[in-house]
Write a protein that binds this ligand. Structure first.
Ligand SMILES: N=CN[C@@H](CCC(=O)O)C(=O)O
Ligand SMILES: [Zn+2]
Length: 433
């Protein structure tokens, strides 16, 4: 083999889904496991992986720049978090007592709290303040084994404030080791100045915000909170269709609280993903399956909202053959956690997903929910060398031993960015310069 930049040896167990495409239904269980493995990395990409004995036989004489012994630990693809509200200011712990006393999420929003509280803080914050806060969250995610994350806007709800959020996400993508994929979500709530003038706000999204976001290349996706009292199916259709016309791909916060028909709309417009889906009907799930829409499930949100029901992952996988993905939904209201490992545990507990399905949902299916299945999400020759190293003997151990961080190391584009549980100094390129 040509020169190897980094050789990872002593991998106790390498576990990965296979291929670039989403894994549908039953195939979510079909992960590949190699014990006593080696991964060779060249120019940030995976050059070879397989059993150590085969490496010894075939490439023993290769020139290796750096060799790292993984010490018998578990290696998986870097985890992908495909649904977060990463960039925002402030927090909402003052709403905790209200929430715990049983006031519903949508009532808090209708009273001007919830998302609208975060909109006020985010509008008041400087770009640098937003950047610093989101950077700390990204560090937490990286320490959890995450190497790519999606970030939605939607706490600006005015042209300037939405652009401000999206510019911060773009800057983070350029400066932080974790890749940040941007989604424009101007349709996250109707802002106070448009109270009683919903149509005018949708006009502003379609007429002012979307064209500017597209022109400045600030987002790849467009998302809408399609929910009772937030945006109707008709309004969501109008926004997403216009976004698609401008080259953005569609995502939908669909059927989170009531079965409004968001899943059906996702199928109709050919959305890349439909997210939440707690209340999705059978018709809605069939529509996802027919159109190849990826369901992104967020068990941290139903858990933290104290709901008695969770998304029907078993039906989605077993009956509809859907390619389920998982995500934190990190946001300051319904799910203030950066911990994808907590989500793995909740997916096991509440969604009854197996460890293999959970790994697939957090890697190749999540990568496809971001349109990146060809470059990340599985350990394949030629793909980005994005890897998570866990202090765990096998993948079942991750949801089993809960409430701690199992990450020992993270390799991003072939470089160690977390090692021995610590961020490596050059994780943020800006600071390294
Ligand atoms: N449901 C809508 N949006 C977010 C919550 C945002 C917030 O409460 O600040 C979600 O996905 O859960
Ligand atoms: Zn969300």
């Amino acid at each position: 083999m040509e020169r190897i930049d980094l050789l990872l040896t002593g991998i106790g167990s390498l576990v990965t889904p296979q291929g670039n495409k989403p894994c549908y239904g039953e195939s979510m269980k079909e992960v590949c496991e190699i014990k006593d493995a080696v991964i060779a990395i060249r120019q940030g990409r995976i050059a070879w992986f397989g059993p150590a004995s085969v490496f010894q036989d075939q490439f023993a004489g290769s020139q290796v720049a750096v060799k790292l012994d993984i010490g018998g630990r578990l290696v998986t693809p870097g985890l992908v978090d495909p649904h977060t509200h990463l960039v925002h200011a402030g927090s909402r712990e003052h709403e905790l007592a209200l929430k715990r006393s049983g006031v519903p999420y949508l009532d808090i929003l209708a009273q001007g709290g919830g998302i609208l509280h975060t909109v006020r803080s985010t509008r008041a914050a400087s770009e640098q303040e937003l950047y610093e806060k989101a950077r700390r969250s990204l560090n937490e995610m990286l320490l959890n084994g995450v190497t790519t994350v999606e970030a939605k806007s939607g706490y600006g709800l005015s042209l300037e404030a939405e652009l401000k959020q999206l510019r911060v996400a773009k800057r983070l993508d350029a400066t932080h080791a974790v890749d940040v994929v941007s989604t424009f979500m101007g349709a996250h709530a109707v802002p106070e100045e448009y109270k009683g003038r919903r149509e005018a706000f949708v006009d502003a999204i379609v007429g002012d915000m979307l064209p500017k976001v597209a022109e400045e290349g600030l987002a790849e996706f467009c998302d809408v909170f399609c929910e009772n009292g937030v945006f109707s199916v008709e309004e969501s259709r109008r926004i997403l269709t216009e976004a698609q016309r401008l080259g953005l791909r569609a995502k939908i916060h669909a059927d989170e609280i009531v079965p409004l028909g968001g899943a059906e709309l996702a199928g109709e417009v050919g959305a890349v993903s439909a997210e939440h889906l707690l209340a999705a009907t059978d018709k809605g799930l069939a529509a996802l399956a027919e159109s190849g829409v990826i369901p992104v499930l967020l068990p941290g949100t139903s858990f933290n909202l104290g709901l008695a029901t969770h998304a029907r992952a078993r039906d989605m996988i077993d009956r509809y053959g859907l390619p389920v993905a998982l995500s934190t939904d990190y946001n300051p209201g319904s799910c203030p956690t950066e911990s994808i490992q907590l989500i793995m545990m909740l997916a096991s507990l509440y969604l009854k997903m197996t460890p293999e399905e959970i790994l697939t949902a957090c890697t190749i299916n999540a990568a496809n929910a971001l349109g990146r299945g060809d470059v990340i999400g599985s350990i394949e020759v030629g793909k980005c060398a994005d890897l998570a190293i866990f202090d765990a003997p096998n993948i079942a151990y991750l949801p089993y031993h809960f409430g701690i961080n199992h990450t020992y190391g993270v390799i991003k584009n072939g470089k160690p960015t977390v090692w021995n549980r610590q961020l490596v100094a050059a994780t943020e390129e800006e600071e390294a310069l």
